[in-house]
Ligand binder design. Structure first.
Ligand code: DQA
Length: 143
């Protein structure tokens, strides 16, 4: 079983980016925790990060032949990218939306997710743990 984890824009700066909101763990540390949980669950997890909207869309397209489930943190694209929402709708691989912060408890523009309706579900607000919870959910979906 193969799960693709896609980190969206600005998440490459985790650790130094607004640590009070996103925590002090680097993306490399989060990816290491994802790899460790994947081993425990006996699944394969691949992590990628893209700042560009088109690169995320290309990754979703390519994943449709190769992966059983996807965990996606679209970053700020969450709130306005109909192109990413369309890409998710276009593929049959189930997608779990994940966010480090509780987007419902922040600025008004973050309370809307245009990708939420085409994802199986959303996990938000648990910091780096959101990815691990999302990976468990994705592994269960892929079964
Ligand atoms: C985020 C929340 C988004 O609103 C924000 O633009 C991000 C990170 C999160 O993981 O909490 O870049 O997706």
């Amino acid at each position: 079983m193969r799960v693709l984890v896609i980190h969206g824009p600005n998440l490459n700066l985790l650790g130094e980016r607004e640590p009070a909101i996103y925590g002090s763990q680097t993306l490399a540390a989060i990816d290491a925790a994802i790899a460790e949980l994947a081993r425990e669950l006996s699944i394969e997890a691949t992590c990628v990060q893209h700042n560009a909207e088109g690169a995320i869309i290309d990754e979703l397209h390519a994943a449709r032949k190769t992966y059983d489930a996807i965990v996606l943190n679209p970053g700020a694209y969450t709130h306005y990218s109909y192109a990413i929402a369309d890409a998710i709708a276009a593929i049959s691989v189930p997608v779990v939306e994940a966010h480090l912060s509780n987007t419902q408890a922040r600025e008004a523009f973050r309370r809307t997710s245009v990708v939420g309706p085409v994802c199986v579900g959303t996990i938000a607000g648990f910091g780096a743990q959101s990815y691990l919870l999302a990976l468990r959910a994705a592994a269960n979906l892929a079964k």
